[in-house]
Design a protein around this ligand. Structure first.
Ligand code: NAD
Length: 478
């Protein structure tokens, strides 16, 4: 099966006809091809977006735009099972996670569709002889570079917001997970989205991605991916003097104080790292535990880790395979480095015996105690690897939690009503959860990072604002 680009409402092969093979991480089999998009395809997609903006798409009222997005939400929801199957095949995530992603995608279009005509500006008191209004306007043509770990959700949160705000969009999905984005973009046409409002060019980051990041016809960029690529994208955007949101990696900590409700905490401490095989930017990948309960919590988490099963996404495993062989090797490499540092793996899950042999499966691992300056405490593994580190008191807990270059999310577990907000507000993180973590995806909740985790916010109303700029109108009347 060959999946084509979507440019100006038409499915088209790459300008030079080249394709990329798509291998399933489930069993390593070749099961599809995507267009290997070229800089010329990006040129044409940007031109198509500009035409839409100056034409049928740009002429719609905010209410009309919103209705189209809500119609798309309904179509996505109706196809959730089909999208989930395709995602699990393409990306390897367990079917229930793929389905949750499809439902979240529908919800993004519903949320942003219904917000389209509630986005309004301000009136500013100025001279008595002048009226001043501040209008919220779209940037124009926006570029969206999407990673492979949550293709549907990340597409939804950024493209949904951009379209609701009235931008025309060009999307570059990750080469390892493009298929659901292409399917949903076809549904957008079915929903009646005017041609060119949403264009998708698949292909390699260094060709199609770089061409989009540096394209002079782009007015704003949204990038989600690794810090290294984020730097390259921001440099490219700077050369064209356009803004960019960067949603990058994380090394998020969960702080477990000795008065925490452990029964409540334990399942979440495990699921926060196991979800999507740990390939989640906001994964709770560090456990900081108060010393008095350190061993007990490690033992309880270890017990749960030993029951975890990595396996075929359609057989209800706890986690599926890693996205590709490079990612599998990266995770194994980190574990090897941990062993070389003298760290001990205190518990491991299993790779199911019936997991297809060609797939990229990794058994989850819990390491403890892990010093704060260990590579495993400082670097994002992006796999099912959890490290536990003891702390003495609140001050040390805060210091360790904030002691990496990242700052994406944090969890605070305590029954002390004064300590909970005090510690939560000391976190250098874009999202902080108290006695919970992840809060169910949080379409409505602004999300983004500090430091190496990036800047700008997506999700929620804040995410919609990011895809607008302002025009100040000064009218003299006396
Ligand atoms: P990546 O940076 O390799 O790729 C992300 C996207 O950028 C892909 O579409 C890729 O093709 C493209 N790309 C690659 N090189 C490019 C270039 N030179 N110019 C323009 N585009 C280019 O990241 P990945 O491996 O797909 O994703 C994993 C990383 O993403 C992790 O670090 C993870 O934490 C991060 N991530 C962050 C969030 C968040 O919201 N903060 C969400 C998901 C993933």
């Amino acid at each position: 099966m060959v999946f084509q680009n979507l440019i100006g409402g038409r499915e088209r092969p790459a300008s030079d006809g080249m394709t990329l093979d798509v291998f399933s991480p489930v069993d390593g089999s070749l099961f599809a091809r995507i267009a290997a998009g070229t800089p010329q395809d990006i040129d044409e997609a940007v031109a198509a977006a500009r035409t839409a903006l100056d034409g049928a798409w740009g002429r719609l009222t905010a209410t009309e735009r919103g209705r189209l997005l809500m119609k798309l939400a309904t179509l996505i929801e109706a196809r959730a099972d089909e999208l989930a199957l395709l995602e699990s095949r393409d990306n390897g995530k367990p079917l229930r996670q793929s389905r949750a992603d499809a439902i979240a995608l529908a919800r993004y279009f519903e949320f942003y569709g219904s917000a389209a005509d509630k986005l309004h500006g301000d009136v500013i008191p100025y001279l008595n002889t002048h009226f001043v209004g501040v209008e919220r306007v779209p940037h124009g043509v926006t570029g969206h570079i999407v990673p492979w770990n949550y293709p549907m959700q990340i597409f939804g949160r950024s493209v949904g917001a951009a379209l609701a705000a009235g931008n025309a969009t060009v999307v570059k999905p990750a080469e390892d997970a493009s298929l659901t984005i292409l399917r949903v973009s076809a549904l957008a046409r079915e929903a009646g989205l005017p041609d060119g409002a949403l264009n998708v060019v698949t292909g390699l980051g260094r060709t199609a991605g770089a061409a989009l990041a540096g394209h002079p016809g782009i007015d704003f960029l949204s990038f989600t991916g690794s810090p290294e690529t984020g730097t390259a994208v921001q440099i490219a955007a700077a050369k064209n003097h356009v803004g960019v949101t960067l949603e990058l990696g994380g090394k998020s900590a969960q702080l477990v104080f000795d008065d925490a409700d452990l029964e409540r905490a334990l399942p979440t401490l495990v699921s926060a790292i196991i979800q999507n095989g740990g390939q989640t930017c906001s994964a709770g990948s560090r456990l900081l535990i108060q010393r008095g309960i350190f061993q007990d919590v490690v033992d309880a988490v270890a017990e749960r880790f030993r029951t975890l099963r990595a396996g075929h996404p359609e057989r209800e495993p706890d986690l599926g395979p890693m996205i590709n062989q490079a990612q599998q090797r990266r995770v194994m490499g980190y574990l090897e480095r941990g062993r070389n540092e003298g760290l001990s793996i205190v518990a491991e899950g299993v790779v199911c015996l019936d997991a297809p042999p060609g797939g990229y499966y990794v058994a989850p691992a819990l390491l403890a105690p892990v010093p704060h300056d260990s590579i495993l405490s400082q670097e994002e593994v992006f796999g099912p690897v959890l490290v536990a580190t003891p702390f003495e008191d609140e001050a040390e807990a805060i210091r360790l939690a904030n002691g990496t270059p990242y700052g994406l999310a944090a969890g605070v577990w305590t029954r002390d009503a004064m300590r909970a907000p005090r510690v939560a507000r000391a976190m250098r993180a874009g999202q902080v959860f108290v006695n919970c973590y992840g809060a169910g995806g949080g379409i409505e909740l602004p999300f983004g990072g500090f430091g190496r985790s990036g800047h700008g916010r997506e999700k929620g109303f804040e995410g919609l604002i990011e895809f607008t700029t302002t025009r100040t109108l000064v009218v003299a009347h006396g």
